[in-house]
Design a protein around this ligand. Structure first.
Ligand code: PMP
Length: 390
């Protein structure tokens, strides 16, 4: 009945495939969910207290549009000490409603109709829709297990046309956990500089890197002036529900993004901003503790899946494994659906992260060891049953 009120380009927008599985899993009893990408830890207590005290002190009004200056100063210090990138808190940082809003702001601020954005896949489900909603055209560059799901400079070069305006990279990546090393970034940044492009660098998992030290795209030579660094508090600080992220970049670009933010959001939630200051100033030891725990679980899950005969690239960061299920002959959505129905384990079919994700499933290991052990037993049983049917 209300169909006629809906904009044409929204009718064709597909709901997220992750959400569909999550909702299905929630409607069933006894399901172990390795489906959703969020920490199983609750937010560090001192962060909760800082937020609570801000409310007690009556800090319940809007903050400046770009966010509390104290928080922007903390973000600036944090990025400088950890990743050697320096941003001016006054005009090079916007505090947003999650990294999600930063990504949306970036595309809306830079894209003219028809402008192309190169996106690596498999990747986070929001990139393509936000590019499309902003009038841009996503150009997909696939990454493959044989290359540890890394984006190569050759693939980027080959995807560039005269319409290319920007490239989106995400390291560590969701869903593959792939990490771009300094050498990889040197190669990609040379191509970007050579073609005068902008990078949107989603660094939300930067603090969940297990085997190396992190290199930010913005820290590469000549890249700060052509990078929008997107990050947030959801993952490393276990703050998904607080809805707080940030974007840093050249001040002329940030000023344009701030106009959109000003009119559409006003400012990110005040009590969450007070909590975030505490997270950055005193929360890192808790992040280290959570990271250590994720690393142990990663090692366990990779070993368990490999033992079952599923080939599984070792993810360098984030909290996902992306094993191949090609040997079963099932499509990733059939595999995920049958696994959920028969053994009550929720995973996400790789196909929701792009065509090159077909043949894989994403399992989040941000679940307790008890749940992970049980889930691995169930997956193993499911595979045995599939084999028996052959
Ligand atoms: N980028 C990536 C790669 C993600 O995985 C997610 C969350 N799943 C986000 C951005 C969005 O995070 P936020 O909660 O800060 O909006």
């Amino acid at each position: 009945m209300s169909e006629r009120f809906i904009a044409e380009h929204i009718k064709t927008l597909k709901p997220s495939g992750i959400r569909r599985f999550f909702d299905l899993a929630q409607s069933m009893e006894g399901v172990i969910s390795l489906g959703v990408g969020e920490p199983d830890f609750t937010t560090p207590w001192s962060v909760i207290e800082a937020s609570y005290h801000s409310l007690e002190r009556g800090f319940t009004a809007y903050t400046p549009n770009a966010g509390l200056l104290t928080l922007r100063q903390s973000i600036s210090r944090f990025l400088d000490t950890r990743f050697q990138v320096r941003y001016q808190p006054e005009d090079e940082v916007i505090v947003t409603v999650g990294a999600s809003q930063s990504i949306d702001l970036a595309f809306r601020a830079i894209l003219n109709p028809g402008d192309e954005v190169i996106v690596m896949e498999p990747s986070f489900v929001s990139y393509i829709p936000t590019i499309t909603l902003a009038g841009g055209v996503p150009v997909i560059v696939d990454t493959y297990e044989k290359d540890a799901f890394k984006l190569s400079k050759e693939a980027v070069e080959a995807a560039i046309t005269e319409k290319t305006k920007a490239i989106l990279i995400c390291s560590p990546n969701n869903p593959t956990g792939a990490v771009l090393s300094r050498e990889d970034l040197i190669g990609i940044s040379d191509v970007i500089k050579g073609h005068d492009l902008l990078v949107i660098s989603d660094e939300i998992y930067a603090d969940l890197l297990y085997d190396d030290t992190y290199t930010s795209m913005a820290s590469m030579e000549g890249m700060k002036e052509r990078t929008l660094l997107v990050s947030g508090f959801s993952k490393a600080f276990a703050m998904t529900g607080w809805r707080l992220g940030y974007v840093c970049g050249p001040k002329d670009l940030i000023a344009q993004m701030l106009k959109i933010h000003q009119y559409t959001i006003m400012s990110a939630p005040t009590m969450a901003q007070y909590g975030a200051i505490e997270a950055l100033e005193n929360g890192l030891s808790e992040v280290e503790m959570m990271k250590e725990s994720y690393k142990q679980r990663r090692n366990y899950v990779v070993k368990a899946l490999t033992r079952m005969g599923l080939s599984c690239h070792v993810p360098g960061g984030a909290f996902y494994v992306f094993p191949s299920i090609k040997s079963t002959g099932l499509s990733s959505s059939d595999f995920a659906e049958q696994l959920l129905m028969e053994e009550k384990v929720a995973v996400v079919p790789g196909s929701v992260f792009g065509d090159s994700g077909e043949g894989y499933i994403r399992c989040s290991y941000a679940a307790s060891m008890k749940q992970l052990t049980e889930a691995m037993d169930r997956i193993s049983r499911f595979l045995d049953k599939l084999k028996a049917k052959e």
